[in-house]
Design a protein around this ligand. Sequence first.
Ligand code: FES
Length: 597
Amino acid sequence: MIARMLSIRTRPIGTLQDMTTTTRKSPADLRSARWFAPDDLRAFGHRSRIMQMGYAPSDWAGRPVIAIVNTWSDINPCHAHFKHRVEDVKRGILQAGGFPLELPALSLAEIFVKPTTMLYRNMLAMDVEELLRSHPVDGAVLMGGCDKTTPALLMGATSAGLPSIFVPAGPMLRGNWQGRVLGSGSDVWKYWDERRAGNISGEDWVNIEAGIARSDGHCMTMGTASTMTAIAEAIGMTLTGASSIPAPDANHIRMCAEAGRRIVGMVWEDLTPARIQTRAAFGNAIRVAMAMGCSTNAIIHVIAQGRRAGHDIGLADFEAASRVPVIANVRPSGDKYLMEDFFYAGGLPALMSQMQGHLDLSALTVTGKTLGENIAGAAVFNPDVIRSLDNPVYASGALAVLKGNLAPDGCVIKPSACAQHLLKHSGPALVFDDYPTMKATLDRDDLDVTPDHIIVLRNAGPQGGPGMPEWGMLPIPKKLVKQGVRDMLRISDARMSGTSYGACILHVAPEAYIGGPLALARTGDVIAVDVAKRSIDLRVSAAELAARRAAWTPPPPRFERGYGWMFARHIRQAHEGCDFDFLQSDFGKAVGEPVIY
Ligand code: FES
């Protein structure tokens, strides 16, 4: 199977550059030659100090120097195998005539970093950009996969502008408990509700803990990790088929080595992110994301990534793509399968082959070939996992963008993963200003709440969270859970995990913490949502809203020093991708090469 997926797999080692596009660079053109080649005092220092590590001129002279930006750490379970896989990447680089240098970067383990990795996505992007800019390197292999690492690595590499290839961590194997398949995140929420309802014992819960994550790799539902690595592939930044390979599969080892070989060819070809990440490539990525039943987080990350690449990507691009049906039958949009099944069914090339009419097949990729050439011959091996366009999992598109007086700059819902009767609903709001109060209140048995209520959490956006945490799958009140209620309409300016599900309206912009209309809602107000009409409205008169606005006072800044202080001054809103204003491509003059003297 992998022979079809990795389109350059079978070529003899060392011939990659000859088999793609014409070689244009000479050794003297290499960026690293500025550090190592001159006969001057500084170059003496560079050469003597690299020789201090045991290298000889034959190791680097005339060879592309390749940075391997590795987001491995001892506390990132999704990247645990990167400690070993980096050696496979190095093997490939050496085989193709390059000189590998491993450069560790911020690891951003989704599950452990608090308050949220989203607070630090831009920090990793800056880390990558400056690592590449400041060191004597000609190209980069980017090793990531756990949620924010993928967009951060690609954002940083895009701004740095050097030839780069992304190596996805790969999904972990299916979870297992008592012979039942368990999916990351999705089954945590599901069984937690059953435990709250008294249907799961403490012993069962411990056994679920031990069985839900049983191998290296990132979450194996269609969460943010699987979404963003698929987007990286659809945009052309990975080898063909790379994003679908489970982390423990031997094909993953071979993919890592192949990426190492390929980046050397990309340096000689000067195949930069700017040549690959065209607007057409972003259009492909957004439509593939829709067909995958993507995480809502894709919207924020793709907007940020697209703007780094100089394209004015926005919510309208996602709304326009919402006509693409969901054809990946992977949870939580799908009802049964996980990423391991998706790989066995043919992986992303097979999915893209099913939707060729929605794609610009002429888009260039890291293979040096077009997307159309990469996926030629891709086949579906299980049509229940990878559906056809006329037999979709969900016909109307994975995501919908809503607007109205409660969200003038937009908000997002994932209709493919929620109870369909809630897609048109109005009801009284139950409003909370902070998560701890909401959590404690929703556990009260005497709470005055019905399934028609709409639970609202505010002050959980980019500024308010801070960092826009994944709180958006607000808990169902315990009293209703015991009655069998499993979905309700919920609204917040937070994000939610891509593994989550339910009628959760997210990313309300502008956020409440900076005075968005969500700040004016009160418990008992009626909110009306109509997904088909893409509307969300607070049914309160303009005069009353004006009076509430006049009485509203801005809360104090979340941070008075450090990184958070900088974050609060420069973070953009959700509909703008949550990048820092000063990192977007249209901010100021381009940064040049570092001076060496
Ligand atoms: Fe790393 Fe889910 S915790 S991808």
